[in-house]
Design a protein around this ligand. Structure first.
Ligand SMILES: Cc1ncc(COP(=O)(O)O)c(C=O)c1O
Length: 381
């Protein structure tokens, strides 16, 4: 009986790996506990003698935490104003000046396509690895029709909370190189299992995260408290693959195409309804697949808008911050190196496109936002 259960678990994992590799047009996939653990494998497989990993300044904290877990050193590059993805010109400059960098992380942030063709040429010129992070962009396609995740040396996917397909957990490390995949599998087996107190730790993480972020905005010195985060929260972010997550993900993969189309339709609706407001700017790269509908609002109105939208019962967020001050190496580089990330963090707004939002709800929400931004008045709900 127990052998059967184990066989079923194994076959779900294997089938999920096979389908994910096929989806991205790649040869090998190693199923992982989550996207962070997949990134950990990617960094581990970069050359030891070039330990720095070049990250975009504006992104979520997990890809940076994974750098520490892999025993590497994070360094940062600014992002492009038009799509908030890592700036290839800045990458080229950094790689010219620092031979200790062994890999570049291209995050398809918000589902926007990073300029992977240019990044690939730059990485090849400097002989470093290119890692594609499509945790927020599964199902996105480049203008040439190929899938996000099909061009980097390694690619990383996630099926965690709020991702394009949300199975609650699970991730994948993807490559065309079978010997690299074997080594990734060996490293994956050595990752600790998830601990039992993860919900409590998650709550502690949230509390501390928001506290330090708020204090850091008053005085950047407080960001130094983030230096403790990799160590304090390792068990929350780095863990072995979990039985069941692969089977759940498999059951969702068939819905990907429909989900991408539905999200694009929601994005088009937001775009149409929020046109013509002078305090609003859109990112150019509305290709790919929207993680949330992300746009910019003048910094002097952004926080009021967040407050107002929450007060009338809708979801809204302002992801992501510029995280360079959260590491000793980023602080050494200096905040002034990242003018675009520093500007965007004051302006970004994300609205929901997941299945809890339909056309009627988007229309109701955008009407309120328009009224608020155009007149400063609020409509009685
Ligand atoms: C861009 C990006 N990379 C990696 C991750 C980590 O994925 P996971 O939550 O599955 O560990 C996230 C999660 O928020 C993400 O947004």
């Amino acid at each position: 009986m127990s052998m059967n259960v184990n066989n079923n678990v194994l076959s779900s994992v294997e089938e999920c790996e096979r389908q994910l590799a096929k989806l991205l047009g790649r040869d090998c996939c190693v199923w992982t506990g989550n996207g962070t653990s997949a990134l950990y494998l990617a960094y581990k497989l970069c050359p030891d003698q070039r330990p720095k990993i070049l990250l975009p300044a504006l992104m979520c904290v997990q890809p940076m935490l994974a750098v520490y877990y892999a025993g590497r050193i994070p360094v940062f590059c600014d992002v492009r104003e038009e799509d908030a993805t890592i700036d290839p010109n800045a990458v080229d400059e950094m790689l010219k000046n620092d031979r200790d960098i062994g890999a570049v992380l291209a995050v398809h942030l918000y589902g926007n396509a990073a300029d992977v063709e240019r990044l690939k040429a730059i990485c090849k010129k400097h002989d470093v690895f290119l890692i594609e992070d499509l945790a927020q962009a599964l199902g996105g396609r480049y203008t040439d029709g190929s899938s996000f995740g099909s061009k980097g040396d390694f690619s990383v996917v996630s099926f965690g909370y709020s991702k394009i397909l949300d199975a609650g957990d699970g991730g994948g490390f993807i490559t065309d190189d079978a010997s690299i995949a074997r080594r990734a599998r060996d490293w994956e087996r050595r990752i600790p299992e998830q601990t039992k107190n993860s919900q409590i730790l998650q709550d502690d993480f949230k509390k501390l995260y928001y506290m330090v972020t708020e204090l850091g905005q008053k005085d950047p010195k407080f960001f130094q408290m983030f230096d403790q985060f990799p160590d304090l929260f390792q068990s929350l972010f780095l863990y072995q693959r979990i039985d069941g997550a692969a089977a759940h993900t498999l059951s969702l993969l068939d819905t990907l195409e429909g989900e991408v189309a539905r999200r694009i339709k929601m994005q088009d609706l937001y775009l149409r309804e929020l046109q013509g407001i002078s305090s609003v700017q859109f990112f150019c790269a509305q290709s790919g697949v929207p993680w949330r509908f992300t746009f910019r609002v003048d910094a002097n109105r952004r926080d009021e808008l967040l407050q107002y939208v929450r007060s009338i019962g809708f979801d809204i967020s302002s992801w992501y911050p510029s995280i360079t001050e959260w590491t000793p190496t980023g602080r050494l580089q200096g905040r002034e190196q990242f003018p675009i990330a520093n500007k965007l963090e004051q302006e970004v707004v994300n609205l929901w496109v997941d299945p809890s939002y339909d056309e009627a709800k988007v229309q109701l929400l955008t009407k309120q936002i328009k009224e608020f931004l155009l007149t400063g008045r609020v409509i009685e709900p």
